[in-house]
Design a binder for this molecule. Structure first.
Ligand code: ADP
Length: 334
């Protein structure tokens, strides 16, 4: 098995089956031999607990959270905390604290795959997670109809802008196949998944049919049981497994190294470019610098350099500014 991978699953909107797909894939990946962790990042409306009844409940140990466990999948969800179980109004600072806990405060058993079920929308939670984690790939889930596609597009643009490579699109509830006649009924229209895959130049990983057993088993908290959807979901899990293990899933591994007081290098694969801290700080995008119209200081240096997700770098400048986030686009060659 390859090193621990992180995949985010997003759809931009609720009700398209993102959590259903997340739980299904978690169980199928486990069947394929992966040790799987699953995070329900929908803090406003967590649903995974209801779908996967835990055999082992989460607990706190030395300031760390030990995840719940259901059917061999380790699960983290705000729904395990009574305050959130029934849906609570949560202010942004609290959300950020919870996300920090999810990223830094979980004591996982040895895992080789972490699936993150993102909430609807493209807000704070998405940004925080994609900034704090090094994500190996994203999956977009859509339904076939146009209105669903439009919302999913927003998530895909967000992934692109944060340099998270798209593993592909899953079209969910593509059709219902009559078990007696074999006839396929396209209840929610058709073509959305293919159109999205073409627009974002990625794969249509599969078209998952409406599966009453899947719905019933998840409603009963029994995890995912498959009948009509089994073959397609398994095909998708195998395809993603192969993508994850065969290559680095397109992720750009970028390193930023200080050379001397005034200069640093940005390195990616066999490319390397050298830059001056002063030049970079001149274009600091943070509000404070923009307001002050800070004059250029040729001697400015960086006290620390920190990568932000897959897509950017943050400097703590000796001038006191440490707020600007510089995406790779700032360094031309990238
Ligand atoms: P989301 O996470 O996008 O809000 P859910 O996963 O909660 O959506 O799914 C919404 C509803 O649709 C749930 O009742 C779920 O069981 C059902 N559902 C999702 N995908 C399928 C499917 N392929 N077949 C049958 N029911 C499905």
């Amino acid at each position: 098995m390859c090193k621990m991978k992180v995949i985010v699953i997003g759809s931009g909107k609720g009700g398209v089956g993102k959590s259903t797909i997340s739980v299904s894939l978690a169980l199928l990946f486990k069947m394929l031999g992966w040790k799987v962790g699953l995070i329900d990042a929908d803090i406003y409306g967590p649903s995974l607990r209801g779908m996967l009844t835990p055999e082992i409940f989460p607990k706190e140990e030395n300031g760390f959270l030990i995840p719940a466990c259901s059917k061999g999948i380790q699960v983290v969800s705000a729904a395990y905390f009574s305050k959130f179980e029934k849906g609570a109004p949560v202010r942004a600072p609290l959300i950020n604290g919870i996300i920090e806990q999810f990223v830094y405060g979980i004591k996982w058993d040895e895992r080789d795959l972490l699936l993150i079920d993102l909430p609807p929308g493209t807000g704070d939670i998405h940004l925080s997670l994609l900034q704090k984690l090094s994500v190996d790939g994203a999956i977009g889930v859509t339904m076939p109809q146009k209105i669903s596609v439009l919302d999913v597009e927003k998530s895909l643009y967000l992934f692109q802008s944060m340099n998270v490579s798209l593993l592909g699109i899953i079209e969910n509830m593509s059709y219902y196949q009559d078990p007696l006649t074999g006839e396929r009924h396209k209840i929610f229209g058709e073509g959305g998944g293919r159109a999205l895959a073409e627009k974002f130049q990625t794969k249509l990983l599969g078209k998952v049919p409406i599966d009453p057993l899947l719905l019933e088993s998840l409603d009963a908290g029994e995890g995912a049981k498959f009948s009509l959807s089994r073959d397609e979901l398994l095909k998708i899990a195998v395809e993603i497994s192969n993508q994850l293990c065969d290559h680095e899933s397109g992720k750009k591994i970028v390193e930023v190294k200080k050379i001397d007081h005034q200069t640093f290098a940005v390195e990616w694969s066999k490319k390397r470019s050298v830059h001056k801290f002063s030049k970079v700080q001149e274009s600091c995008p943070c509000v404070l610098c923009a307001e002050k119209d800070r004059p250029s200081d040729p001697n400015v240096s960086a006290m620390s350099i920190e990568l932000v997700g897959n897509y950017a770098v943050k400097f703590e400048f000796t001038s006191g500014c440490s707020r600007g986030i510089y995406t790779w686009q700032n360094f031309q060659e990238f």
